[in-house]
Ligand binder design. Structure first.
Ligand SMILES: Cc1cc2nc3c(=O)[nH]c(=O)nc-3n(C[C@H](O)[C@H](O)[C@H](O)COP(=O)(O)OP(=O)(O)OC[C@H]3O[C@@H](n4cnc5c(N)ncnc54)[C@H](O)[C@@H]3O)c2cc1C
Length: 258
């Protein structure tokens, strides 16, 4: 299948070692919250697939005509023996990914490539701090749920309101969630950075993970560095960019240098 980036799935598979193509069929869809829809897929290519918490699938979401756009969605849960995979997708309104996720009906088929993503849980950290918005909740929650008992996790989470707060589904670690309710449009406020400025950080050697809107990720990371967290101990990734569609390969385009 050829996307608007002109890159065949087979070329991507050659370029990205360890990933495979999966043909997904939607078997269940339900709203987790008013703005997040959980899509459950099955598909033969999921047999035996292994992924670490936080990895994602690059889905070829249908667009007009024969083309598609690749959009990346975190693997919220993978059951390779069923086989089934859950993706939790923000229904933010604009864009081929959000439109597809809102409308997809049981039986719909879509091609995906994965698992993708290099950010995983840091070994040896005595605490783990997660920062992000609704788009980051699947990564943050699956990473927290993968932490062993005895590990300490703190998450600072920006969502639209109380009805967008989700529940962890089976964590074993010692975890505290701090929910922040935005008062402006997604991607526009400074809630995450403001919270980080006053956040009590645990003692010991921690690791931070920051995902979400491009500028908010940069601001949160800068805030953590200002608080004395070593940049080496911060993994960060922009998932989307305010007012700008993600590129055809699924990542937000970088701003031009000033
Ligand atoms: C590694 C990775 C993992 C990701 N995992 C998930 C996931 O599990 N669940 C998930 O929902 N998203 C996830 N995302 C983010 C998702 O890929 C982007 O939000 C993407 O822009 C969605 O594509 P789209 O076609 O809906 O919108 P686009 O065509 O990319 O953008 C159209 C417009 O919508 C706006 N927009 C895009 N995303 C949002 C948003 N979340 N909130 C408000 N406005 C937005 C843009 O600013 C733009 O103006 C992930 C991204 C990456 C890189």
């Amino acid at each position: 299948m050829t996307g608007p980036d002109g890159e065949e799935a087979s070329a991507l598979l050659r370029r990205l070692p360890g990933v495979r193509a999966v043909d997904l069929e939607l078997v269940d869809a339900r709203l987790l919250t008013p703005r997040v829809r959980r899509l459950r897929f099955t598909g033969g290519g999921l047999d035996g697939l292994r992924a670490v918490a936080g990895q994602d699938l690059m889905v070829a979401v249908p667009a007009s005509g024969r083309t598609h756009f690749r959009r990346r969605y975190t693997i919220r849960r993978l059951a390779p023996d069923v086989p089934a995979v859950d993706l939790d997708i923000v229904l933010h309104g604009e864009g081929p990914g959000a439109r597809w996720a809102a409308a997809a009906a049981v039986g719909a088929r879509v091609e995906a490539i994965g698992p993708r993503g290099k950010i995983g849980l840091a070994e040896g950290a005595s605490w783990h701090l997660f920062v992000g918005d609704e788009s980051a909740l699947p990564a943050i929650f699956s990473m927290i749920e993968a932490l062993p008992s005895g590990a300490a996790a703190l998450a600072v989470l920006e969502v639209a309101g109380a009805d967008e707060q989700q529940q962890l589904e089976g964590s074993r670690c010692d975890v505290a969630l701090r929910w922040l309710h935005r008062t402006s449009a997604p991607g526009t406020g400074t809630l995450l950075a403001d919270e980080i400025a006053g956040l009590p950080l645990p003692r010991g050697h921690g690791h931070a993970y920051v995902f979400g809107e491009l500028r908010q990720v940069a601001a949160a990371r800068a805030g953590l560095i200002a608080r004395g967290v070593d940049p080496e101990d911060i993994d960060h990734k922009a998932y989307w960019r305010l007012g700008v569609a993600n590129a055809a390969h699924g990542e937000p385009p970088r701003p031009e240098p000033a």
